[in-house]
Design a protein around this ligand. Structure first.
Ligand SMILES: Nc1nc2c(c(=O)[nH]1)N[C@H]1C(S)=C(S)[C@@H](COP(=O)(O)OP(=O)(O)OC[C@H]3O[C@@H](n4cnc5c(=O)[nH]c(N)nc54)[C@H](O)[C@@H]3O)O[C@H]1N2
Ligand SMILES: Nc1nc2c(c(=O)[nH]1)N[C@H]1C(S)=C(S)[C@@H](COP(=O)(O)OP(=O)(O)OC[C@H]3O[C@@H](n4cnc5c(=O)[nH]c(N)nc54)[C@H](O)[C@@H]3O)O[C@H]1N2
Ligand code: SF4
Ligand SMILES: [Mo]
Length: 685
């Protein structure tokens, strides 16, 4: 019999700014190849190593294929197979019993395991709205930066990514682009070939830093001071675009006064670089146009993260870089998408669910603390049930010791929708098999480019896996939720996501993507989406909340000290995506084992050599890994590439054993992952 071969267009679902268009080749009902779509300009036929091996994740021997019910103690990972009916009947009954007392004792915990608007929210959110469950404050990644963007530029918008090809100076600020946004890096490479100068600002000598013309290895959490140093140089050298500042910004005279306290000498000492580096950075961004800043999330995982982003965003307004195509800054363009979130999530259903109770919001960053809290007037009811999907909190949330303790509560009812037995799934009462991207419908916005992508299923679900949406549809039925919104199919939901917007669904069906119209130089003539229409260096909205209205330099909350003299950062490992892909053999083999990069100056006095097993510790916990001594980490800083599964680590922990959830960022209520003092000791050669 001749075998049939088809190609199916999809979208990469992962939390990556590139949102690639995928082409899956299917032979006899099996995916045999996943490639980048050459017709999609941003993807340009190229995928990262992880997703180019997507079949290895789809057909992984350890996929959860059937509903599982816990049989051993909490966290023991002992489960038995049950039928869907048995699992869903029991889950519905347990949730119903809790909701009868107070539905806010139930918390959905979800993030960007898939960025799809359908499998990442939509019907799932309708379900929890109708139930009246607590809402999750989605702070784990980007909310400090997004809040900073919103207060400064007015929305999560910036330069169109493709215009970086025309830049003459590109500052990659707090990003390892080769690892975490390969397709932006390709654009930067094109600019480099056309003569652009590339500058990287990162405490770690990353693969990206190595390939830039300049690398400023600042101390973690000192970015606002560096931005102030740049602005100071602009003032003293007459590099301020006074006309742009006068017409299109608010608050410069006050900010100007503030930056005058940050001459290059002070900035250099504070950031741990040379004065010449500060001056040269300022000269590059202020005197060569178009100059572009790709500011990224690595900057905003410290106490002062949002203010650092605000300070950086002031630079292109002061230099007038926004006037030019290829000038300005980009953190995210997610605000460009006319997403119909209210249609997808139906927030009006909450009124019914809450039945007069006030809404309760729980911050996902502090889940460890919150699982251990008792009922109180300010917290509300004790958390009695968690429904986790698209996230692996036991591995990725800060202060793991508390998170694990919380998930181990015998009186907590936990349901986890997953592809694999993650650290979180191990702690469930029920694990429900979820479909992967190649098995379901979805529709995607992006935070790196401005195209909408449609994802069609390439193959039938493996085993008894179901899409997240279908699992909540079936739970809704069992809980008697009769609203028509629970009847919508996944294809209906895909259509609703951009209904009434100029995103023709027929074109999505036909080519898999549609580009949004975005001006090449969006703020050349001002027109920022702030209340004043200007770039708000001074924010009246912050002032009204009693907050500091101007960007400021905020010191790290957990700076190196006598007992814990090293600053630890834990950025992504290239071949993992957060904690996804850690269990894919070929990718795990490339990362080898949990590592701690150390500078020779820090390793030598501790008697540590490459390959030694070390323990990294502070008052929150201890984490065992293997030292790699070399030039990646700057002195005083250690780097624990992330995010390993705890159970695949050397002593059943990962870096988040050390990170803190006691403090949040200055704005955005976000985690301070890279604001973390530690000490390191050798355990064995
Ligand atoms: N391969 C891969 N790609 C990913 C991910 C992944 O896990 N693996 N994760 C995805 C996700 S969820 C996100 S949010 C994005 C993140 O992507 P980006 O925002 O582009 O950031 P990262 O590449 O994580 O790089 C952060 C960099 O910041 C540096 N850094 C740490 N502290 C500081 C600081 O205080 N100041 C400065 N200037 N730099 C600092 C780190 O050394 C690191 O190199 O990447 C996405 N892409
Ligand atoms: N120390 C430290 N910690 C960090 C970071 C750091 O840099 N350092 N980075 C932080 C950042 S930026 C982020 S974004 C978070 C990421 O944290 P998470 O959003 O939790 O990301 P992942 O660890 O990739 O986990 C996603 C899970 O969702 C599952 N999943 C994927 N698709 C689906 C689906 O369709 N249905 C269901 N049911 N499940 C699905 C995957 O199998 C995976 O286990 O981690 C944060 N934690
Ligand atoms: S993870 Fe990023 S680079 Fe890799 S395929 Fe997905 S969107 Fe593209
Ligand atoms: Mo993230």
């Amino acid at each position: 019999m001749a075998s049939s071969e088809t190609t199916v267009t999809g979208a990469c679902p992962h939390d990556c700014p590139d949102t690639c268009s995928l082409l899956s080749t299917v032979r006899d009902g099996r995916v045999v190849k996943v490639a980048g779509n050459p017709a999609h300009p941003m993807t340009d036929g190229v995928l990262c190593t992880k997703v180019a091996r997507y079949d290895q994740r789809l057909y992984h021997r350890d996929r959860v294929l059937y509903p599982l019910k816990r049989v051993g103690p909490k966290g023991s990972g002992q489960f038995q197979r049950v039928s869907w009916d048995e699992a869903l009947d029991d889950i519905a009954q347990r949730l119903h019993a809790i909701a009868q007392r107070d539905p806010r004792a139930i918390l959905p915990y979800h993030y960007a395991g898939t960025m799809g608007l359908v499998q990442g929210g939509s019907l799932c959110t309708r379900f929890f709205n109708r139930l009246g469950a607590s809402q999750l404050d989605a702070t784990i990644c980007a909310s400090a930066g997004a809040t900073a963007l919103t207060y400064t530029l007015g929305a999560t918008v910036g330069m169109p990514v493709q215009t970086f090809a025309q830049s003459k100076v590109i500052v990659i600020w707090g990003s390892n682009a080769i690892t975490s946004s390969l397709h932006f890096w390709r654009i930067a490479q094109q600019a480099k070939r056309d003569g652009a100068k590339l500058i990287c600002i990162d405490p770690r000598r990353t693969e990206t830093a190595e390939k830039c013309h300049e690398h400023l290895a600042i101390r973690p959490g000192t970015d606002a001071a560096l931005a102030f140093g740049v602005l100071h140089e602009c003032v003293i050298n007459g590099w301020v675009d006074n006309a742009y500042v006068a017409q299109h910004t608010l608050g410069w005279s006050a900010l100007r006064e503030r930056v005058m306290a940050w001459p290059a000498e002070r900035v250099a000492a504070y950031c741990g670089i040379s004065e010449a580096q500060v001056r040269s950075l300022a000269r590059d961004v202020a005197t060569t146009q178009p100059a572009a800043i790709r500011v990224n999330y690595g900057v905003q995982r410290v106490k002062g993260g949002a203010n650092a982003v605000r300070a950086i965003l002031c630079i292109p307004a002061v230099t007038g870089a926004w006037r030019h195509v290829g000038g300005g800054a980009l953190l995210s363009n997610s605000g460009r998408f006319p997403k119909q979130m209210a249609a997808l999530e139906q927030p009006e259903l909450r009124t019914k669910g809450l039945a007069g109770r006030p809404n309760r919001i729980v911050n996902m960053t502090t889940i460890g603390h919150d699982l251990l809290r008792e009922a109180s007037a300010d917290f509300g009811p004790r958390l009695e049930a968690l429904v986790v999907f698209n996230s692996n909190p036991v591995a990725i949330a800060p202060d793991s010791r508390r998170v694990v303790q919380g998930f181990k509560r015998e009186d907590l009812f936990t349901v986890v929708l997953e592809h694999f037995m993650t650290d979180t799934a191990d702690h469930a009462d029920y694990v429900l098999p979820a479909t992967q991207q190649l098995e379901h419908w979805d529709i995607h916005a992006s935070y790196g480019h401005t195209d909408v992508l449609l994802n069609r299923p390439a193959v039938e679900p493996m085993g008894e896996a179901k899409p997240n949406t279908e699992i909540f549809r079936q739970l809704a039925k069992r809980l008697g939720f009769g609203e028509p919104g629970f009847q919508d199919s996944d294809q209906d939901l895909c259509r609703q996501a951009f209904a009434h917007a100029d995103v023709p669904f027929d074109l999505l069906l036909q080519q898999g993507f549609v580009s949004l119209p975005v001006p090449d130089a969006p703020f050349a003539h001002g027109g920022f989406p702030t209340p004043s229409g200007k770039c708000e260096m001074f924010s009246e909205r912050l002032a009204q909340q009693g907050l500091e209205p101007l960007p400021q330099v905020i010191a790290n909350i957990d700076p190196p000290n006598e007992r814990h003299p090293l600053a630890m950062i834990s950025p992504p490992a290239r071949n993992f995506l957060n904690s996804s892909f850690v269990n894919v053999d070929s990718l795990q083999a490339m990362e080898e084992r949990p590592l701690l990069e150390m500078h020779p100056d820090d390793a030598a006095p501790r008697g540590i050599a490459s390959g030694d097993v070390v323990e990294v510790f502070n008052d929150r916990g201890r984490y065992r890994c293997v030292a790699e001594v070399g030039a990646r980490a700057r002195s005083g800083v250690v780097v624990g590439l992330s995010i390993w599964w705890r159970k695949l680590g050397l002593n059943g922990t990962n870096v988040n054993e050390l990170t803190s959830a006691s403090e949040l960022t200055d704005l955005g209520r976000a985690p301070v992952f890279y604001d973390c003092a530690v000490e390191v000791e050798k355990v064995a050669a």
